[in-house]
Design a protein around this ligand. Structure first.
Ligand code: HEM
Length: 599
C-alpha cells in the first residue's frame, strides 16, 4: 500500500537523521498544543454550564501560553483576539504560571469598575510598588497586609491598625489635595511655572529668535518643560535644584516602562532601572534637605498651604503617614513618592502634547480655539517702552475649562491616546459576570481601547452617522446640541452646542471608574487645556509631518507617547531675543497676539 510505504519511508529517514526527529518534534509540540487548547476553548465557548470560567483562548506555546504576547506585543494580542473571537464573551488567557480574564465586551466594564468593594486594583498596586516603583522588600508587608479597603470604615472582618491602613490614607489625601481650592491653586501654580519657563530665552537659540526654527524632538522639548513646571509647582523648587538630571532620568525610566512594567529583570532593561535608581536617590536627597529646613508635621489649618521645601502641604501629609507606619525608611518613602510623581506626570504630560498636536496640525481648528486661548491671558501690564507685555504672562483658565470646544478636543484626544488596561481582581469571593465566574484572586483586564473604538457604543450621533469614524480624531465628537439654549441660539441663527459625555458610560473611560477612578482627573483636564493656552501665547507651531503615530510598545500602559521623533517648526511670539532686533527697532512680532488679534 502506497500510504504505508510512505509512512515507513518517513520513519526510516527520521531514524537515520536524529536531528530531523528533533525538528519534527519541536514543530509538532506547538501544533498539538494549539489543537488541544482549541478543543478546550470550543468546549468552553459552546458549553451552556452556568457559572463556568470564561473559555480559554487557544495558544501555541505550552506552559507560557500568551505570556510573550502579553508582555511584548499587547496591541497585536488584543486586536487579534478581538477580531478572532469577537466581543461576545470574556476569555481566559494563559500567562505562564498565571492567568488573566480578558474582557472584550465594553458593556460589562461599568458594573465591574463600579463594584470597587468586590473587585479592587490592589493586587496590581502591590506588584507595581515592588517591581515598577522599586519599594524595598522590607516595606512591602505594609501594602500586602492592608486588606481593609479604601473607605473610612474598614471592611468587615479586617483588623488593620489605623496607622497601617495605607490605601485609605492614600485615597483620602488624594481626594483632599486634588479637588476644590487645592486643585485650583496647584493648576494655577503649574501654569505660572510653565509661563516662567517659556518666558526664559537664550539669544543663541534659534527658537527664541522670532523667526521660524525647527525643533527636531518636540515631544521631548515640550514634555521636559512641562515636567519641570509641574514638579516645581507640586514639590517646590528644591527637588529639581538638588537633582539637575531628575527630569531627564525620569523620562528615561518612563521610556523603559514597556519592559519594567512587564517585570523584566534588571539585566534586561538596565538603562531604565539605573535611571530609576537615580530618581529614587534624588527624592531621598530632597527629603534630607526639606527635613532640615521645614517641619513636615506642620500640616494644621494654621500652617501655610505651601512652603518652598515640601511644596504642597500634601507632601508633608504623605511623608507624615509614611513615617507613622513605623515600618518605612527613606527607601520605602521614596518609592511611594516615585509612584506619585509617575501618576501625576506620566499620563497627563504626554496628553498635553497630543492635545497641542491636534490643535496645531489643523489650522482651521486652531482658528476656532485661538480666541479662547487668548482670553486666558490675564491682561498684562506693559513696560514703559514700546508696549511689550511684562513677562512672564499670567493665565486664568476658569472659562476655558468649561468651553464646549476646548473640552471636546481634550476628551477626544484622551479617547484616542489613553490606551490602558484597567486591571481588577475579585478580592472577596468569586465574581459572577453574567453566565461566567471570575475566580477570586484572578486578574481581570479591561482594555480601554475596545471601549473607545466600539462603534455600537458610540452610536450615530458621536460618529456623525459614520462620517467621523472612531479611528480618526474629530474635535467635535463630544459636542451635542444644547437643548436649553437651543431656542435662543436658533433665534440668533446659530446652533448652540454643549460638551457632553452623556451616554458614554463604559465607552469613554480614560480615567477608570468606581472608587478607584483617577483622583487627578480634574487636575489633568485643567493642565491639558491650560498648557495649550500658555503655549499658544508664547509660540506658533507647525508639526512637520502632522500628528505622529503612537508608539505601540506602550499599548495598555496609559497615555501612549509618539513613535519616533516629532519635528516641528516653531516661532516665538513673545520675548524675542534676536541680537539685531535687540539693538534696533522692536518692530517684530511684537505683540500681534495682543494688538491685531491675529497672532
Ligand atoms: C490624562 C491624565 C491621566 C490619566 C489618563 C489617568 C488615569 C488614571 C487611571 C486609569 C488610574 C487608575 C484607576 C483605576 O484603577 O480604575 C489612575 C490612578 C491614579 N491617578 Fe491618574 N490619570 C491621569 C492624571 C493624573 C494626575 C494629573 C494625577 C495627579 C496627581 C493623577 C493621580 C492619580 C493617582 C494618585 C492614582 C492612584 C489612585 C489610587 O489607586 O488610589 N492622575 N489614573
Amino acid at each position: 500500500m502506497p500510504g504505508r510505504n510512505l509512512l515507513h519511508g518517513v520513519i526510516a529517514v527520521l531514524h537515520e537523521h536524529s536531528w530531523l526527529t528533533l525538528v519534527a518534534f519541536l514543530a509538532l509540540v506547538p501544533i498539538l498544543t494549539f489543537v488541544a487548547t482549541s478543543i478546550i476553548s470550543l468546549l468552553g465557548r459552546y458549553s451552556s454550564r452556568d457559572g463556568r470560567e470564561p473559555p480559554l483562548k487557544p495558544y501555541w506555546i505550552p506552559y507560557l501560553g500568551d505570556f510573550l504576547g502579553y508582555s511584548m506585543a499587547r496591541k497585536k494580542l488584543v486586536e487579534a483576539t478581538y477580531h478572532r473571537y469577537g466581543g461576545s464573551m470574556p476569555l481566559t488567557l494563559k500567562l505562564g504560571p498565571a492567568k488573566a480574564y480578558l474582557l472584550l465586551q465594553p458593556e460589562s466594564f461599568p458594573p465591574l469598575l463600579r463594584d470597587s468593594r468586590a473587585c479592587t486594583n490592589k493586587v496590581f498596586s502591590v506588584l507595581m510598588m515592588e517591581y515598577v516603583f522599586g519599594s524595598p522588600k522590607r516595606a512591602m508587608h505594609v501594602y500586602k497586609n492592608d486588606n481593609s479597603g479604601v473607605g473610612a470604615t474598614p471592611l468587615p472582618g479586617t483588623n488593620v491598625p489605623p496607622h497601617l491602613r495605607i490605601w485609605f490614607h492614600q485615597h483620602k489625601s488624594n481626594g483632599r489635595y486634588l479637588t476644590g481650592e487645592n486643585l485650583k491653586q496647584l493648576s494655577a501654580r503649574m501654569l505660572d511655572c510653565l509661563s516662567a519657563e517659556l518666558a526664559k530665552t537664550d539669544s543663541g537659540n534659534p527658537v527664541d529668535s522670532g523667526d521660524w526654527a525647527t525643533v527636531p524632538h518636540f515631544f521631548d522639548w515640550w514634555v521636559h518643560k512641562l515636567t519641570a513646571a509641574h514638579i516645581t509647582a507640586s514639590f517646590g523648587p528644591h527637588l529639581l535644584r538638588l537633582n539637575p538630571g531628575f527630569v531627564e532620568d525620569f523620562w528615561t525610566y518612563l521610556g523603559e516602562w514597556p519592559y519594567i512594567a512587564s517585570f523584566y529583570p534588571r539585566w534586561l532593561a538596565p538603562r531604565g532601572y539605573e535611571a530609576r535608581d537615580r530618581v529614587l536617590e534624588g527624592i531621598k536627597r530632597w527629603y534630607a534637605f526639606a527635613r532640615e529646613h521645614s517641619d513636615y508635621r506642620a500640616t494644621g489649618p494654621n500652617d501655610p498651604a505651601w512652603d518652598d521645601y515640601w511644596g504642597m502641604t500634601w507632601h508633608k501629609v504623605r511623608h507624615q503617614w509614611g513615617q507613622n507606619t513605623g515600618e518605612w525608611d527613606d527607601d520605602g518613602l521614596a518609592a511611594e513618592d516615585l509612584a506619585l510623581v509617575v501618576a501625576s506626570n506620566a499620563n497627563v504630560l504626554p496628553m498635553c502634547f497630543w492635545n497641542l498636536m491636534h490643535v496645531f496640525s489643523d489650522r482651521e481648528l486652531l482658528a476656532r480655539v485661538q480666541d479662547e486661548y487668548r482670553a486666558c491671558i490675564v491682561p498684562p501690564s506693559t513696560d514703559s517702552g514700546g508696549g511689550e507685555p511684562k513677562l512672564p504672562l499670567r493665565f486664568d483658565i476658569t472659562n476655558i475649562v468649561s468651553s464646549p470646544l476646548s473640552q471636546s478636543i481634550y476628551a477626544e484626544a484622551l479617547r484616542i491616546h489613553v490606551v490602558m488596561f484597567h486591571n481588577r481582581s475579585p478580592n472577596l469571593h468569586d465574581y459572577r459576570l453574567g453566565q461566567f465566574t471570575l475566580r477570586k484572586g484572578g486578574v481581570v483586564t479591561l482594555p480601554s481601547m475596545i471601549a473607545s473604538h466600539h462603534a455600537g457604543l458610540w452610536g450615530d450621533v458621536r460618529t456623525a452617522g459614520g462620517k467621523r469614524p472612531l479611528d480618526a480624531f474629530w474635535a467635535d465628537r463630544f459636542l451635542v446640541p444644547d437643548e436649553k439654549e437651543d431656542k435662543v441660539a436658533a433665534d440668533a441663527g446659530e446652533r448652540k452646542m454643549k460638551f457632553s459625555t452623556e451616554g458614554l458610560e463604559g465607552a469613554w473611560i480614560p480615567y477608570g471608574g468606581g472608587s478607584f477612578i483617577c483622583p487627578g482627573r480634574h487636575l489633568a483636564k485643567r493642565l491639558i487645556i491650560g498648557t495649550a493656552a500658555v503655549f499658544a501665547a508664547y509660540f506658533d507651531m507647525e508639526p512637520v509631518h502632522g500628528v505622529p503615530p503612537m508608539d505601540d510598545r506602550f499599548f495598555g500602559l496609559g497615555t501612549m507617547p509618539p513613535a519616533g521623533h516629532v519635528p516641528v517648526r516653531i516661532r516665538r511670539r513673545l520675548g524675542v531675543v534676536q541680537p539685531l532686533r535687540r539693538q534696533g527697532s522692536r518692530s517684530r512680532p511684537k505683540n500681534a497676539w495682543f494688538s491685531d488679534g491675529q497672532g
